[in-house]
Design a protein. Structure first.
Length: 323
């Protein structure tokens, strides 16, 4: 019979440890230089549509002050339950590339060279997946936070995707391009106003704007998901009977905000509206069995939502070697 004692006894055998390579079990592994992972892209299908998740790295977000309405003990327990660090949350950044009817479409872009030092992997991963920036036809934006729009334009001001048409939510555009609002903005909003001006300033007349409910590009419907920002938008991707909800930042890391939908991150601009949006969309996703993707979920950031009492659980998509 297998018991805790027999398992512990088995792993403590000196002979077994001595036979293991030093690089695996000894001090040398702690001193080894950090190595890059394999390219961070993952392909899957939604009906006839090919979806490719593209990772742009990660950033550590200190937990202190991150979720103002989360009881400290509950937040600590949620991190422990997810086997995450006790003091900081590793936030990943994953956008998607859609291949629809011969068109190449990005939904959000990552940072390009405008982000923290642990980001900036997007273009290498994009090219590793077989894409080139010159072939991108459309860029669809969920909202204007720098990690979602920064990849449109490099730090030197040059455009990354020379022929792409950019589509943005009209409510988001109205808010972040308002000069009077920008002049009186609190400090926490200033980086987004600055990113908006830097990215869109040289192309103001060419940016297409869409409303909630519109088909932005074929098979991709805009869904109002306000609260995180004034015009934050999710997207329903449809191909015949197959559907996926691209939820953007409706929920940040699923281990925290799917499990605890009442919690609101410090960068949810209207915390109450963001909570209402999150709960409503998680309810819909669970009731309809929708496949969903989140921008900040662990890579490849796609799965399903399971309803559990008054909370939800994110169930990652089964990995497959075949798209």
């Amino acid at each position: 019979m297998v018991t805790r004692r027999t398992v512990l006894a088995g792993v403590a055998q000196p002979a077994a440890l001595a036979a293991m390579p030093l690089a695996v079990c000894g001090p040398a592994s702690a001193q080894a230089p950090a190595a890059r992972q394999a390219p961070g892209f993952y392909r899957y299908k939604v009906g006839a549509i090919e979806v490719t998740a593209i990772n742009d790295g990660f950033a550590l977000r200190q937990l202190d002050g991150f979720i103002p309405n989360a009881p400290p003990a509950a937040l600590k327990q949620a991190m422990a339950d997810a086997f995450l660090p006790s003091d900081a949350l590793p936030l990943t950044f994953t956008s998607v590339v859609l291949r629809i009817g011969g068109r190449t479409i990005l939904v959000d872009t990552g940072f390009a060279d405008n982000g923290p030092p642990t980001t900036g992997y997007w273009m290498a991963n994009f090219r590793a997946a077989g894409f080139e920036p010159s072939a991108v036809d459309d860029i669809v934006i969920s909202h204007f936070h720098p990690d979602h729009i920064g990849g449109i334009r490099r730090r030197d001001g040059s455009a990354v995707f020379p022929k792409a048409r950019v589509h943005v939510p009209e409510a988001e555009w109205a808010f972040w391009t308002d000069e009077a609002r920008m002049a009186g903005a609190p400090d926490g909003w200033k980086p987004t106003f600055a990113a908006t001006n830097r990215v869109f300033g040289p192309m103001m007349a060419d940016v297409a704007r869409f409303a909630a409910g519109e088909e932005v590009v074929p098979s991709l419907i805009a869904v109002a998901a306000y609260g995180h920002t004034p015009g934050h938008t999710a997207f329903m991707l449809r191909s015949d009977s197959a559907k996926q909800m691209l939820m953007g930042d409706t929920a940040n890391h699923p281990a925290l905000f799917v499990r605890n939908p009442e919690w609101a991150a410090v960068f949810d601009m209207d915390a109450g509206q963001a909570r209402d949006t999150r709960k409503a969309m998680l309810d819909i996703a669970s009731a309809e069995g929708l496949q969903v993707s989140f921008y900040h979920a662990p890579f490849p950031a796609v799965g399903h939502i399971l309803k559990e009492a008054d909370a939800f659980r994110f169930v990652p998509l089964q990995w497959s070697p075949i798209a």
